[in-house]
Design a protein. Sequence first.
Length: 249
Amino acid sequence: MSSDSAASRRRLAVLISGSGTNLQALIDAQNTPALPDTSIVLVLSNRKAAHGLVRASTASPPIPTAYLALQPYLRHNPGKTREDYDLELARVVLRAQPDVVVLAGWMHIVSELFLEALRGSQRIEDEGQGSGETNSNDDENPVSTDPIPVINIHPALPGQFDGANAIQRGYEAFQRGEVDRLGVMVHRVVAEVDRGEPLIVREVPIEKGESIEVYEERLHRVEWEIIVQATRKVLDEVKPLPPEGIDSV
């Protein structure tokens, strides 16, 4: 592959906190018809033991990873705040020069400062890699020239069970008869938790009396489909593929 074609490839940064099954769906889809001309260039976790980091490092080819957690960052940087941490997260992400950022099981509410940094409206100076551990690219000036969309997968329908533990809360509400449908969505990330514009919404069937494990497995299978579909949708907005018949490789 030429340097020109490498530069034209669509780039993803994926933020995770856990096992990384949604990440795996993206890994499996990159450079296939589902996510053509697309590579994951960074997997960032706020939990050191997250299995998603292993999925990234053992992918073929290996995907650069980074680890940066809030409490260790604050301990190693007296006087720093949560907002400083979010700006450091933005620095790590911007060094990878992604076209789209995907929150795939990311268990940290990003601040408006983080989003402004990715939109390019909050200029940040590179202060190095802080107390995090990373083997991602380390460009000196991690400043976005074009806004970088951030999307998130959330296991609930729009306006339903925002925030943490949405699967359990939704399951219990259905079993009590408080709601009659459940589902999952991928949405654009805004400062208000899980309130950004939905990109893809899918209802997930659920039966009275079935176990939460059965429902959760069914929901995850839907997640693995729509996280790829929504990522493709946003990539096609910000970095469309060349017209058919023009080879970008």
